[in-house]
Design a protein around this ligand. Structure first.
Ligand SMILES: Cc1cc2nc3c(=O)[nH]c(=O)nc-3n(C[C@H](O)[C@H](O)[C@H](O)COP(=O)(O)OP(=O)(O)OC[C@H]3O[C@@H](n4cnc5c(N)ncnc54)[C@H](O)[C@@H]3O)c2cc1C
Length: 601
């Protein structure tokens, strides 16, 4: 039996949140506490969202372990972003940070403690005191399970506030009416295979990152960029998608993350000669330079033949000098990961690591209230009824390179801000806008294509081909020819995406159908990334292209950035597979702007 309009059930909420990770649940809490009727959808049980895997900490200038204030945090974040971050949003986030962390503490978050009872904070890459003078301890941590503690805390608070969770429900498409306003979503109930329409005054996307467009990733398997795909198909551009962060320390071969908190606690990277090579690349920050720097340095060591192991294709992270007691107290999960994924006891020997895809700096463009915006060439235009927060959004606080701990912070600050803004909107807007007659048309086409399919490519083959292409053409170091080739490959794969074959067409908990629907999102994100990357003819943050490195370039001061032409945000439009650009906001809300300069560490 094919899917049809007649079999779709309909429900109505004030707000539908797609995603119940840290950002979705922080927003949900704000809304449910204000008495709104909130539905939070998740492909997995909420506490299994990827936020649960966050290890190292959440950044806030509390100053518990030495002098700190939000101005330093603001400066570090602007510099970390390689000046692509919008300074109004960065000021907003860094100023709010202490407040949202204390709120989380009061919700019951089990932070580690100092002897005086205050929250324990550890150093993290790129976080400094006094404008780059010395490392500062700013990452508020619950051992190396900060995301786990945060997600469970938020889930418990949401239960108390009576948020309605729809567990194992997959949102498929946004519904826009004739005015272009978003009035709901279509969603698949995975257990029954039934299609539903959830009508809402506001839809909030909180679907997390899309790290699974790459073959080797620290991300959960569910991180397929569904919110980005939904936005792209509904005509919303995706911003700054060329910027993908490689985390320096993924376990070689396994991809599982070892938190930067390891280096925060004093671990160091060494090459095959036993050298602490980061001293050469970043004389001041050393192993705690930002992630784009450290990843490039590791790649360089491996290329120059100083990698370790039989194939000289990884470097080592050395922790044994921290002592077993510190490791078991501060890094208990890292210890377990070492044993389970590398057969290494990190209290005794170093562990093999390689830069691994970790985080997308780009996403669905928003303003500081979480409202999704497009840009008409002169100014932002709000898309009524649509918000986005968390890793799927781009506000943009991370610019071309995110600092560790700033993502968990982004979830809290903008989850709360979006929640507040939606509550205000609800006080004015009492009625739902009517659903258009063709509300589920696009979704029905997608589902029925799969149900009628035969003889095309299998979704797992197509997903594998996308991942291989991205891995090869959008790595730590890029070349123009390599990216151009990647653009051609992804375009060819896209042509096959419309003809995916579903062999098992059964309804009940058909994970093959779910995976096939996810591929529609992978291809949008992959194409956005490749096309935006190939067009950006400079080096900035995580986007390093050999062709645009400066002749006088030095690892400690890369000069390939071209502010005259490229100090601007990319916007990729799915319709027409085209790009437009909008200016970076260099004006903070209240303080002085930090003008672009060479980024040294
Ligand atoms: C291993 C690891 C460690 C990290 N450590 C840190 C750290 O220490 N500090 C830091 O600041 N950042 C860290 N990060 C980054 C940070 O954890 C993430 O960016 C952040 O948690 C993302 O939160 P989110 O709310 O945006 O999305 P997620 O937590 O990924 O949640 C996404 C939600 O969306 C749902 N969803 C997705 N698609 C659909 C759909 N179609 N329908 C319904 N639901 C859907 C999912 O089920 C899930 O509930 C880490 C990331 C990783 C991978």
């Amino acid at each position: 039996m094919s899917y049809s309009q007649a079999h779709i059930t309909r429900r109505k909420f004030d707000v539908v949140i797609v995603g119940a990770g840290g950002s979705g649940m922080r927003a949900a809490l704000e809304l449910a506490r204000a008495g709104l009727n909130v539905a939070a959808l998740s492909k997995v049980f909420p506490t299994r969202s990827h936020t649960v895997a966050a290890q190292g900490g959440v950044g806030a200038a509390l100053g518990n372990m030495g002098e700190d204030n939000w101005h330093y945090h603001f400066y570090d974040t602007v510099k970390g972003s390689d000046w692509l971050g919008d300074q109004d949003a960065i000021e907003f986030m860094c100023r709010q940070a202490p407040q949202v962390v204390y709120e989380l503490e009061h919700f019951g978050m089990p932070f580690d403690r100092n002897p005086d009872g205050s929250i324990y904070q550890r150093p993290f890459g790129g976080h400094t005191a006094n404008y780059g003078e010395k490392p500062v301890q700013r990452a508020c941590a619950a051992a190396d399970r900060t995301g786990h503690a945060m997600l469970h805390t938020l889930y418990q608070q949401n239960l108390k506030a009576r948020t309605n969770f729809f567990v194992e429900w997959m949102a498929l498409d946004l519904i826009r009416d004739a005015d272009g306003d978003v009035v709901g979503v279509t969603a698949l109930e995975m257990e029954s295979g039934e299609l539903h329409i959830l009508q809402a005054k506001t839809v909030l996307l909180a679907t997390g990152g899309a790290g699974r467009i790459f073959a080797a990733s620290t991300n959960a398997f569910i991180n397929t960029g569904d919110g980005l795909g939904m936005a792209a198909r509904a005509g919303v551009p995706l911003q700054d998608m060329e910027f993908w962060q490689f985390h320096p320390t993924g376990v070689a071969g396994a991809g599982v993350l070892l938190t930067e908190g390891c280096r925060g606690e004093g671990a160091i990277l060494v090459n095959s000669k036993g050298e602490r090579f980061m001293e050469r690349y970043a004389p001041t920050y050393k192993d705690l330079a930002p992630r784009d720097f450290v990843s490039r340095a590791m790649d360089q060591e491996i290329k120059e033949g100083r990698g370790c192991g039989p194939n000289k294709d990884y470097v080592l992270l050395k922790l044994d000098h921290l002592g077993a007691e510190t490791i078991h107290k501060r890094l208990p999960s890292v210890y377990e990961i070492g044993v389970n994924f590398a057969n290494v006891d990190i209290t005794r020997e170093p562990i093999p690591v390689v830069p691994t895809i970790h985080y997308q700096m780009g996403g669905v463009p928003t303003n500081i209230h979480g409202q999704v915006v497009t840009h008409d060439g002169t100014a932002n235009q709000v898309v009524n009824g649509l918000y986005a927060v968390g890793e799927c959004s781009c506000v943009s606080v991370h610019g071309a390179n995110r600092l560790g701990t700033n993502s968990l912070l982004d979830l809290l600050v903008f989850g709360k801000a979006a929640g507040r803004h939606i509550v205000e909107f609800n006080q004015r807007q009492r009625e739902h806008k009517p659903l258009p007659a063709n509300a589920a048309e696009r979704t029905l086409e997608r589902l029925n294509q799969l149900d009628q399919s035969s003889g095309g490519i299998y979704s797992q083959t197509l997903a594998g081909d996308i991942r291989a292409a991205m891995q090869q053409h959008a790595g730590v170091f890029r070349t123009q020819a390599g990216m151009d080739e990647g653009v051609r490959k992804i375009a060819a794969l896209r042509a096959q995406a419309g003809a995916v074959t579903l062999q098992d067409k059964s309804r009940v908990f058909n994970t093959a159908r779910v995976e096939a629907l996810e591929v529609d999102n992978l291809i949008e994100v992959a194409q956005a990334t490749m096309v935006s990357a190939a067009a950006r003819k400079e080096c900035r943050g995580a986007h390093t292209v050999h062709d645009y490195e400066h002749p006088d370039d030095h690892p400690t001061a890369p000069l390939g950035r071209n502010d005259a032409q490229w100090l601007k945000h990319s916007l990729w439009h799915s319709a027409g597979n085209r790009l437009s650009y909008k200016p970076v906001n260099l004006k903070p809300l209240t303080v002085d702007s930090i003008p672009p300069k060479v980024r040294t560490f």
